[in-house]
Design a protein. Structure first.
Length: 736
């Protein structure tokens, strides 16, 4: 034996030399019987499974059995090794222990028995063996200390069990799952913190209570079945059910139940591990919902890895591109990309790898049949559980129809903007929503001035009741065509319009407003009135023409000597009448193929009155006397003035001076202060005393033309000797 620098006793590694019993001191005289008894005792100690060794009063080892040598991992030298045969010793907390501090040394030094002192022996190979020491001092008959005997109990297995139990306790205590146990009567025996978090009860509140405290009434039958299966030794794995918390709320759980056995292997209860699966259920429902959305989506939803290989393919993708999932999964995404656009894919993958999202990227892809399709695609990164990007999801939408709609919308917008008509839209509250340039031209308001304002801004007060009726008809889906009404401009003036109103519907087909197309019909109304007037005038003139023709024939017959003379006179007068009729068509082509020009008032009057002149009588008296300065008459004014002259002459031929032999008319005019003053004076006609002064169509037409068109004045003076008519017209109106 040698002493190390740290004061520990160094011993030889364990060897197995021939066993020899420690020598009996020479001074001791023992008879043969004692020796046999001692030999038997030593053999008994040797046979013990526990480590046993003895020391003398000086602390030197005098005996050790094989179990002790196995525990120490070495064989100390008898009579030299002190206190303990281990290579090194340690306190339970791992601190080194000197041999003279070991339980054996303490027991001998203090002369007392020590029961179950814990320490650890380190073997020469470095392994450690925890043990319990039971040293007992030995005394002779006089009570003097002669040594001590020590029993070492290897507690390695117990330590392992303790550590395992502590490990289990730690697991149970730190588990997020609820871990509890119950006996076969369903009484709760243990309750971990996870159970408290899950169910809300503390251990004190539930231990000793029936497990049905946690089970809704309609699930009580489950517990009976569970305990029945546990008694048969079954394990129940991941049984999903519902339990009740302390606050009364229900929670979905997955529970695993296992039998608990006693030392004899008899089942005495059950352990339960319950896990909250509420979030998992939500996730499953969300996953199913997302899967349903993906499967039912009209859009193509595709995923690919970072090498551009297709991983998933929904029915929408099959409809859009024509490929089935089996045809494309595992194939490169470039299968769908036209060759001239292959450069797009590396750029997309590069952006995805950087974590970017690509929204509404419009491009072109190729279908299975080779046709191209315009799409809008959104690309997003796909991440794994660790947050690492592993691929990309793509949502592609066919925008062919949208593009057509956009083009149609642009075309319609162009039509609306360039339309001469006012095109306006409003909502069902009558508030203006859109306003085109045609509306600005018609009503005088800019879009900024009216959008957001009520449409009644344009409606005269006396017509406000029209709007509720229009809105009511629109809400019922009715269309209103060419409704003629009056609206008010920004300057306050009224304008006659023809209005077409159509319902505006949203995507679901519900009526949400109305579009109005308004057309200014002021000119059309004027033209219509003028047309009506001309039609009436034409009818009147045709009648008059027949009357004039008849009168011409009659007058000609009176003075004609031969039928040939009569034919010539009638022909000349009809030609003169035709020339007068030509003067009432300014702007047209005359009989010589030349455009009609402005005429002179003399020429106009002579041409119109020529059919009424009897050449034979002109030699004597003449039917007309025409005096006045030379005055040019514009084309439009000539037509109206010709009508006036014609009507006056026709009336004179029917009722006045031209209806009697010897009658004549003096027509005289002058210009004073830019105004034409014309006098029509009849002579030699029938007496007018007692005749009605009724104003027929001809007289009404004359008055309307003079006062309305020319802005002049007209007066009739019924003298007994003949009618005198005076009219005045602004000269500037005659130049039109």
């Amino acid at each position: 034996m040698s002493i190390s620098t740290d004061g520990l006793v160094l011993m030889r590694p364990m060897m197995r030399p021939a066993r020899r019993l420690p020598p009996v001191p020479a001074a001791t005289r023992i008879d043969t019987a004692s020796r046999d008894s001692e030999l038997q005792f030593r053999q008994l100690l040797e046979a013990l499974p526990a480590a046993v060794y003895t020391i003398d009063a000086e602390g030197r080892i005098t005996f050790f059995n094989e179990a002790a040598a196995d525990l120490w991992g070495c064989r100390p030298e008898l009579g030299k090794s002190e206190w303990c045969g281990s290579w090194r010793l340690y306190w339970p907390d791992g601190r080194p222990m000197r041999h003279d501090e070991c339980p054996m040394a303490v027991a001998l030094k203090e002369g007392r028995q020590i029961r179950g002192a814990e320490a650890a022996a380190e073997r020469p190979d470095g392994t450690r063996v925890p043990f319990l020491a039971y040293p007992t001092p030995l005394r002779d008959r006089s009570g003097a200390l002669t040594g001590a005997v020590n029993t070492l109990i290897d507690i390695t297995e117990r330590k392992r069990n303790e550590e395992f139990e502590q490990h289990l306790v730690t697991i149970v205590e730190s588990s997020d799952d609820a871990i509890l146990s119950e006996d076969l009567d369903g009484i709760i025996k243990t309750w971990n913190p996870g159970a408290k978090r899950l169910f809300g009860y503390t251990a004190e509140e539930v231990i000793g209570k029936p497990i049905t405290l946690l089970i809704p009434i309609d699930c009580h039958r489950e517990e009976f079945d569970i305990l029945s299966r546990i008694r048969r030794g079954e394990c129940i794995d991941h049984y999903e059910t519902v339990r009740r918390r302390k606050d009364g709320s229900l929670i979905e759980i997955s529970v695993t139940v296992s039998p608990i056995k006693n030392a004899e292997g008899r089942i005495i209860g059950a352990s339960k591990i319950a896990r909250d699966i509420t979030e998992r259920r939500r996730t499953e429902q969300l996953t199913r919902r997302l899967a349903s959305i993906v499967d039912s989506s009209d859009d193509a939803i595709v995923s690919k890895d970072l090498d551009g290989i297709i991983k998933t393919w929904n029915p929408g993708a099959e409809r859009l591109f024509g490929y089935t999932a089996e045809e494309v999964i595992g194939k490169p995404i470039t299968l769908l990309i036209p060759i001239d656009r292959h450069g797009e894919e590396p750029d997309i993958l590069s952006r995805i790898q950087r974590g970017e999202c690509i929204d509404h990227y419009e491009t072109v892809r190729r279908r299975k049949d080779g046709s191209l399709i315009e799409i809008s695609v959104t690309v997003s990164p796909i991440k794994n559980a660790d947050g690492r990007i592993i691929g990309a999801s793509k949502i592609a939408r066919d925008i062919t129809e949208r593009r057509c709609t956009e083009q149609l919308t642009q075309r319609l917008a162009s039509i609306v903007d360039s339309s001469d008509d006012a095109i306006v839209s409003k909502d069902l509250d009558g508030v203006i929503k859109t306003w085109n340039p045609g509306a600005e031209r018609l009503f005088g308001y800019t879009a900024e001035e009216v959008i957001g304002k009520p449409i009644t801004l344009l409606i005269p007060i006396d017509r406000h009741d029209e709007e509720p009726d229009i809105l009511s008809r629109i809400q019922s889906g009715e269309r209103i065509d060419h409704y003629e009404t009056v609206r008010r401009r920004k300057d306050g003036s009224l304008v006659e319009i023809s209005l077409t109103v159509s319902p505006i519907k949203n995507a679901e087909g519900a009526v949400v407003g109305a579009s109005k197309t308004a057309r200014d019909i002021t000119e059309r109304r004027r033209a219509q009135e003028q047309q009506n007037l001309l039609v009436r005038e034409m009818s009147h003139r045709v009648n008059n023409l027949f009357a004039v023709t008849s009168g011409l024939v009659t007058l000609s017959a009176r003075s004609a000597r031969t039928p040939a003379d009569m034919a010539e006179v009638v022909r000349d007068r009809l030609c003169a009448l035709a020339r007068a009729h030509g003067l009432t068509r300014p702007g047209l082509i005359d009989g010589d193929g030349k455009p009609c020009q402005d005429t002179i008032l003399h020429a106009l009057v002579q041409t119109i009155l020529a059919p009424y002149v009897d050449p034979e009588r002109v030699k004597d008296h003449g039917f007309f006397i025409i005096t006045g300065p030379c005055l040019p008459i514009g084309g439009n004014a000539a037509t109206s003035l010709a009508l006036v002259m014609h009507e006056l002459a026709t009336n004179a031929a029917k009722y006045g001076a031209l209806s009697s032999f010897g009658g004549y008319i003096h027509i005289d005019w002058s210009v004073k202060k830019d105004e034409l003053l014309l006098t029509w004076k009849e002579h030699g006609g029938p007496s007018l005393d007692g005749q009605a002064k009724h104003e027929g169509f001809g007289s009404s037409l004359v008055r309307r033309l003079v006062t309305g068109q020319f802005g002049g004045q007209l007066s009739y003076d019924w003298k007994p000797k003949g009618l005198i008519i005076r009219l005045s017209v602004p000269v500037e109106r005659l130049a039109m």
